[in-house]
Design a protein around this ligand. Structure first.
Ligand code: CP3
Length: 344
């Protein structure tokens, strides 16, 4: 299938672009009333994720309604631990909750690591195939997975946390168990990402949402080591690594075999660019809260960010997922400002 708009793929590969591509993390979701209507017609978030036609429908919505330059498949990073046998519930206004967690070797009996990924996660792969039919080449489709460290956090902790101290405790008390799990998660994740490409994903992003809670050395040992393996083994399509909050590791991430490095809003684009050179694309990094400002201010802040870019190796996004109560009109102003910006 020929893509009519392949800006984001060209930006990821460091090729020439006419303007900066733009999309938003969590663009398929609660900011859109059209999403809430589809979700309300089902029993909840999980049914939406597990029903390929519906997941495809909400994946395409931001392309139609917001004019983004890429779609991201509607799913969740938690489908991977669930495929391993740790079922989760998405508790309304609270977040994910896992009944079973892994804290000792004995708990490994709850999880399975040798299974047919394409079979067990077939609903995601089917959603990718349907989405591409509906997109009909309008924009590329991004597939994704959680990074091994972030998935490990949920498998140990069982729910969200400010500190993930139960997960971090294991790194000190039983690093062997942590590495054993990280190895197994990495293997499944590589198979899952490759399966998404086979199903039609044009690009991939790995989310390490909890990278920032580890110190630099621990992140190298329990995070980067496994991202490195993923980046070396998954090279069919452009790959983005987003290690949120890992300020001190950005340069090490940029040395991994990826095309794009995600940058959150606490990181300074100009400094990072100076330190990594022009061999990688950067993605980010407007503060998601900036979209609470007035339209004029959103425009000003977005232009400021664009002015901080010194090359064409950029994909515009927020520094993290868009917050659910953001006015879609503000998102449109953000996107339009990027589209109006003249590349020098
Ligand atoms: O970006 C997109 O539009 C695609 C869909 C997507 C979702 N989750 C849908 C979702 C993606 C890429 C994710 C990734 C994800 N999921 C991450 C990594 C990115 C990040 O935000 O750091 C993480 C840590 C999760 C785990 C997760 N899923 C949590 C902690 C929560 C609850 C908190 C919240 O934001 O609501 C979810 C739920 C979730 N995943 C929702 C959506 C649209 C909200 C569910 C709803 O509709 O009520």
């Amino acid at each position: 299938m020929n893509l009519k708009n392949d800006l984001i793929l060209r930006a990821a590969r460091g090729e020439n672009i006419e303007r900066y591509p733009v999309w938003l993390m969590r663009q398929a979701g609660r900011i859109l009333p059209e999403y809430r209507t589809v979700r309300a017609s089902l029993s909840g978030f999980k049914e939406l994720v597990e029903t390929p036609e519906k997941a495809a429908e909400v994946t395409v919505q931001p392309v139609d309604l917001l004019g983004v330059d890429a779609a991201i498949i509607f799913s969740d990073i938690l489908v991977v631990p669930e495929a391993m046998g740790l079922e989760y519930q998405m508790v309304e206004s609270k977040g994910p909750y896992f009944e079973k967690t892994i804290k000792t070797e004995d708990d490994l009996k709850y999880a399975e690591f040798n299974f047919d990924v394409e079979d067990r996660l077939s609903y995601v792969l089917e959603a990718i195939r349907i989405t591409n039919k509906e997109l009909n080449g309008r924009v590329p489709l991004i597939g994704f997975a959680g990074a091994p460290w972030t998935i490990l956090c949920y498998m140990i902790e069982g729910q969200g946390s400010k500190t993930f101290s139960k997960a971090r405790k294991i790194l000190y008390q039983n690093p062997t168990l942590a590495h054993d799990l990280l190895n197994r998660i990495t293997e499944v994740t590589i198979q899952y990402l490759k399966a998404q490409v086979k199903a039609g994903a044009h690009m991939l992003q790995v989310f390490d949402s909890w990278a920032g809670i580890l110190g630099t050395e621990q992140y190298a040992e329990f995070g980067l080591k496994y991202l490195d393996r993923i980046a070396r083994e998954v090279n069919e399509v452009p790959l983005t690594l987003f290690s949120k909050g890992a300020f001190t590791s950005v340069e090490a991430i940029a040395r991994l075999d990826c095309n794009t490095v995600g940058v959150d809003w606490n990181m300074d684009i100009a400094t990072i660019r100076k330190n990594i050179g022009e061999t990688r694309t950067l993605q980010g990094n407007l503060d998601p809260c900036a979209l609470y400002a007035s339209h004029a201010e959103v425009e000003r802040l977005t232009n400021n960010m664009l002015n901080s870019f010194s090359s064409k190796r950029h994909i515009v996004n927020l520094g993290h997922g868009v917050y659910p109560d953001i006015d879609p009109e503000k998102v449109r102003t953000f996107i339009q400002t990027v589209k109006n910006y003249e590349l020098k």
